[in-house]
Design a protein around this ligand. Sequence first.
Ligand SMILES: Nc1ncnc2c1ncn2[C@@H]1O[C@H](COP(=O)(O)OP(=O)(O)O)[C@@H](O)[C@H]1O
Ligand SMILES: [Mg+2]
Length: 246
Amino acid sequence: MSLLKLEKVTKRFGGLVAVNNVSLEISEGERLGIVGPNGSGKTTLFNLISGVHIPDEGRITFRGQDITRFPPYKRAPLGLGRTFQIPRPFASATVRENVAVGAMFGTLGKELSVNECLELADHYLDFMGLRAHADKQAGTLTPVEKKLLEIARALAMKPRLILMDEAMAGMHPKDIDKMVRLIQEVSDRENIAVVAMVEHIMRAVLGLAQRVVVLHQGAKLVDSSTKEALNDPRVVEVYLGHPPEE
Ligand SMILES: Nc1ncnc2c1ncn2[C@@H]1O[C@H](COP(=O)(O)OP(=O)(O)O)[C@@H](O)[C@H]1O
Ligand SMILES: [Mg+2]
């Protein structure tokens, strides 16, 4: 059984079909990249999965449960986590508290004491290399540290799947490499599926995603292994506009 399943999902904004009849399945622990040029429907698809938008047509199931009309706050405790393109930590709370909040609203929220949430926070702060910043106000972190904090917070929710919204846009290649390594490691170890939305097929996708779905004008154009997609002439044409480098 797939972890997440989209069946013929469509979302319109007025007359515009932003996501057009998309079907998609994601397995436990799988890392999928959603790619496509600007305006191809990536963010809308992402928002349909996280519950920000409700589809006009189609069905979304997560761990066998129909979540098509669930608001975001009902999806997170089921194990559907996300990061935001623009990190928005509680700026005046500490880094540790920000991550502990993730634990409280995650899949284990009802089972954990406040202290256990703080311990889980420390564990993921260690993992993301942020332990030294644990007691600082989150608002004082650099942009890259805020991204790492976002990921730590998402991990503390003990999700089965993490949606990452262009989490690596604008980052230095060195920081991207580091993040990709950490995400791969935790995804393998904890069997967490990752769906990453990225505008460009770049090293991050090559390293992170085992499979890619290429969107074109809201529809699914390609759904294949990353390697195959990179050699697919349709991808080259609609997406890269030129032959892939490397
Ligand atoms: N809230 C909205 N209201 C109206 N149109 C929207 C809205 N969100 C996205 N769109 C339109 O839907 C299409 C897909 O947008 P989006 O999902 O943001 O694509 P991407 O993330 O791939 O750039 C675009 O034409 C965009 O203008
Ligand atoms: Mg977008």
